[in-house]
Design a protein around this ligand. Sequence first.
Ligand code: ADP
Length: 153
Amino acid sequence: YAGKSANQLLGEHVRKLMVKDYKSLPIVVKEETSAYDAICTMFLEDVGTLFVVKDNKQLAGVVSRKDLLKTAMGKQDLQTIPVSIVMTRMPNIVTCSLDDSLLDAAAKLMRYQVDALPVVRQMEDGDGVEVIGRITKTTITKAFVELGQHTDV
Ligand code: ADP
């Protein structure tokens, strides 16, 4: 172990965990999806965050549980109000990439106080990014449990 402390070894191990190995499938809706249908999708897909995409799959925004709760408290008709009105939109979306470390993604979840990050890559044609995965607080919790159970440092 070349004189390294347990903490150093654990740190090295943790920094090797990569977004590409832990990401889960993104659940996406279109900009014109109604707030009502977005709520249904959250229940059916069992997620707390939906990514909103344009017709060409480009990331347009993020809609969270509280965004939809806020909408439901208003007088608007949930069946007709589109998620594009209530979402947080680009360029204000915090994202991560396949080659980022899980530690960097976790630090972003903490720093920006959000539950989920879209994993994105540059679009092949045109500008903007497309969504190819999802990192959530659950992802981090799962990795933490695995570390505690399997690590031999
Ligand atoms: P909730 O509000 O349901 O607790 P979040 O804490 O994730 O869920 O969301 C808080 C706010 O931040 C919401 O308005 C949401 O649209 C926005 N948000 C969620 N994820 C992101 C992200 N990755 N980047 C920027 N804003 C986000």
